[in-house]
Ligand binder design. Structure first.
Ligand code: 3PG
Length: 216
């Protein structure tokens, strides 16, 4: 299974904002223990690059990627540190071109038809729908999907345990992203058991929903 397939199979991408890089391995362990061996470490803090490095080293089986990548320089840093996929909140052709040249999976953000068209021009078919809830949520996703057959989305922004299932039900949803299961507060407090609990809860929802889908 390639990286994208693994993310799609897992169904949820935990979006992490981490302030202390040395908490990365413990966090990764908590996610794996909960049944979700993947993490998107966002470049919203100075600790991101080092956290990716430490996680990649300590948990090579976990799929670690970088999020909130706003420039080619950040993408380079992330990949050098061990990131195996790149996520951006928007569509920057420079970041996409660099990733494609390096053969690094990239999930750029798109919240409008124009952005989806820009992504299609680069032969990308899996896009982050961001900020999902603020950009129109499920009705917007359905409207986009109606004209862009074949495009799959990773809705992110405002997804929680309470609306996760509603998104997962949609055929154009590849996976969802969110920070609800990895709150920065819990990471800072070292409350990794609670992160595992939230992860187990999310994984159970994905499994139940997908089993239902198969039964139909
Ligand atoms: C992101 O960086 O992808 C989003 O800000 C995550 O959104 P959330 O915090 O609402 O899950």
């Amino acid at each position: 299974m390639d990286i994208m397939d693994r993310l799609g199979h897992l169904g949820v991408i935990p979006v992490v904002k981490i302030d202390q890089a040395d908490r990365g391995p413990r966090l990764a362990e908590a996610l794996s223990k909960g049944g979700l061996p993947c993490a998107e470490i966002t470049f919203r803090t100075d600790a991101a690059e080092e956290a990716i490095r430490l996680i990649a080293k300590s948990q090579p089986e976990l799929v670690v990627g970088a999020g909130t990548v706003l420039s080619v320089a950040q993408a380079q840093k992330a990949v050098n540190a061990g990131a195996r996929f790149i996520v951006s909140p928007g569509f920057d052709p420079k970041v996409v071109d660099w990733c494609q040249l390096q053969k690094v999976p990239v999930i750029p953000g798109a919240a409008t038809a124009t952005e989806v068209l820009m992504a299609l021009d680069k032969n990308l078919t899996i896009l982050k729908f961001f900020p999902a809830e603020a950009a129109g949520g499920i009705p917007m996703l359905e409207a986009l999907a109606a004209v862009f057959a074949g495009i799959k989305f990773v809705p992110t922004g405002g997804i929680t345990a309470s609306n996760l299932v509603a998104y997962l039900k949609l055929p154009m949803v590849f996976a969802v992203g969110g920070s609800w299961l990895v709150p920065s507060k819990l990471i800072s407090a070292g409350n990794f058991d609670e992160i595992t609990r939230l992860t187990v809860e999310a994984v159970a929802m994905v499994r139940t929903e997908r089993l239902k889908g198969k039964e139909k």
